[in-house]
Design a protein around this ligand. Structure first.
Ligand SMILES: NC(=O)c1ccc[n+]([C@@H]2O[C@H](COP(=O)([O-])OP(=O)(O)OC[C@H]3O[C@@H](n4cnc5c(N)ncnc54)[C@H](O)[C@@H]3O)[C@@H](O)[C@H]2O)c1
Length: 254
């Protein structure tokens, strides 16, 4: 294997959840530019998803947009079927879709908890359950779960989010052990990244300021997380199993 060819995803098909914006969008673009055909899952962002498909196609790539709520089992089954119909078997699954909520723990309702855990953790279970059988049959596949440094650190006012992301890490390691050696399951736990998730709508200025207090003195950019995903998806990462990689500007050093 040469270094120059080993990041290639030519001939592979990927599906990225929550790919109409932010980190998911950057991952879809990185995969497409490395030769993969990409299924772009979104929820309620048809225009952004169509624009991304057009961008990939204009660069000579192949992509399809598929709407589905990944926290719902029936929708996930439909997503799996549509992806295979459009692009063929899925070789690389990226569970990226997520939401965040800043709220004091004592004001957190059962509905808040269910919504956060449904979108940020149960979705990963549902997606893996839907996509792993074909990977097992093919004796090959890659799963990349987007966790967060907050799943390791914890954070006041963000208990459901941190709990869900810690769960994503536990699920990643369990599946990595259960499906090795043919299927590689790994996670990425980014530090703060410049996306809509860190908007004032989701995070107070106080928490944004605290997020900035890291050795690199800046937020990450989506393509810096996509670079890690591209590495994990590629044959370069063929000996990575159950790992949690941390592009985080030094916010967390393990
Ligand atoms: N931005 C950060 O600082 C940061 C840090 C660590 C981890 N992350 C994680 O990165 C991932 C991507 O987040 P982002 O920062 O790009 O924010 P983002 O809001 O741009 O992206 C999240 C995407 O998920 C989609 N989504 C939400 N619920 C969905 C559902 N039920 N079904 C399908 N799609 C759904 C949204 O529409 C959106 O496109 C998330 O899992 C997030 O927790 C983000």
């Amino acid at each position: 294997m040469t270094l120059s060819s080993s990041l290639s995803l030519l001939g592979r098909t990927a599906l990225v959840t929550g790919a109409s914006s932010g980190i998911g969008r950057a991952i879809a673009l990185a995969f497409a530019s490395s030769g993969a055909a990409v299924a772009i899952n979104h929820l309620g962002h048809a225009q952004d998803a169509a624009q991304l498909v057009a961008e990939i196609e204009a660069a000579g790539g192949r992509a399809v947009a598929i709407e589905a709520d990944v926290s719902q089992a029936a929708a996930v089954q439909g997503l799996q079927q549509q992806a295979v119909k459009a692009l063929g078997p899925t070789h690389i699954l990226v569970n990226n879709a997520g939401i965040i909520q800043e709220k004091p723990f004592l004001q957190t309702s059962e509905a808040d908890w269910d919504r956060m855990l449904g979108t940020d953790l149960k979705s990963v279970f549902l997606m893996c359950r839907a996509f792993l059988p074909a990977m097992v049959s093919a004796q090959s596949g890659v799963v990349i779960n987007i966790a967060s440094e907050l799943g390791i650190l914890g954070r006041a006012q963000f208990a459901p989010y941190c709990t869900a992301k810690a769960g994503v890490i536990g699920l990643t390691r369990s599946l990595a052990r259960e499906f090795a050696p043919h299927i590689r399951v790994n996670a990425i736990a980014p530090g703060p990244v410049n996306t809509a998730m860190l908007d004032a709508e989701h995070m107070s200025p106080e928490w944004r300021a605290k997020e900035m207090d890291i050795p690199m003195q800046r937020f990450g950019e989506p393509d810096e997380i996509a670079a890690t995903a591209l590495f994990l998806a590629s044959d370069m990462a063929r000996f990575y199993c159950g790992q949690v990689l941390g592009p985080n500007g030094g916010a967390l050093m393990t």
